[in-house]
Design a protein around this ligand. Sequence first.
Ligand code: 13P
Ligand code: 13P
Ligand code: MG
Ligand code: MG
Length: 371
Amino acid sequence: MRYTFSIIKADIGGYVGHSDVHPALCSCAEESLAQAKEKGLIIDYHRADCGDDIALIMTHTHGTDSEEIHRFAWETFEKATEVAKEYGQYGAGQDLLTDAFSGNLRGMGPGFAEMEIEERASEPIICFLADKTEPGSWNYPLYKMFADPFNTIGLVIDPSMHDGFRFEVHDLVEEKKIIFSCPEEMYDLLVFIGAPSRFVIKHVFKKDSDEPVAVTSTQRLFLMAGRYVGKDDPVMAVRCQSGLPAVGEVLEPFSFPYTVAGWMRGSHHGPFMPVSTANDTPTRFDGPPRVVALGFQLKDGRLIGPRDMFADPSYDLARRIALEQADYIRRHGPFEPHRLPLEEMEYTTMPKVVEKLKDRFVPLEGVERDF
Ligand code: 13P
Ligand code: 13P
Ligand code: MG
Ligand code: MG
């Protein structure tokens, strides 16, 4: 049987500042999901959050980019925004960039990662939800899971994975896409995904099928809004086992808290810290950026779970390294590479300061004559 697996997320108000979601907003979203299930729009759901972002994890049979499902998510976020306003939540409606829904969520602010799949006899899926970072942050772990034998031994010893995988990469600036086949085109792939602010992995496919085995949300709020409204805080779903990376191989890349862009005011590099759902509330300098992993078994479209995968103490060391890295990089204060490079700062509030000071700049020759 074919099912659509959708994660649709938005920041519609933070509690307190940008650190968490108020329980009243969660209840509102949950109620809306329960009604959608009752009406038969969706088969099952799990309402989740990471930091100040709410995620609607849903199964249904409407396919990806479905107007009905996207409209439902939009209206749910609108309702929860009203609650956010009532409770004075910070940045109420932050990610809802337009006034009215039109067709689907593309370009409207909320992020979505969806895939239509033929459910296998056992279908383990891990949902990753991030806060204080951008969609390119999934490039590194997806590469490790599906292309690096030092991470995924299955690529070497499992005949059903030995051929490798295909990666669909989006150029978010020029709005183009390309598919790389690995391991043959591994070095070509890395040319692009090593620049995660612009090139992002959207899907991963097996070599012999066009059915996705992993999908990410790729919306970049500043590209849509033309200004800084908050970080994208992306989500990702990855299928596991039986010809795909094992659950442990899918989680393994996060044992290294690699550096991502985001954190305070969306303007800093910092470690990506894997945390349990109990610890998904970024507070130190509004961070550090973090990720939770929710594990489900899909059965007849029902979401059995979630298991809180990063609650495992085997991620304690990654968390400690992340905190040490956070401390190290924080000491750079407003200096790069803690602060993002100038081209990335273009959409923050910094250009306004530059504008204010522009008349005080004089030609260098002039400066030399004056002194
Ligand atoms: P089990 O023997 O527990 O099924 O595990 C198999 C496996 O592939 C672990 O990665
Ligand atoms: P969010 O993107 O999570 O809303 O955070 C915005 C911010 O500016 C944090 O300092
Ligand atoms: Mg926010
Ligand atoms: Mg957020």
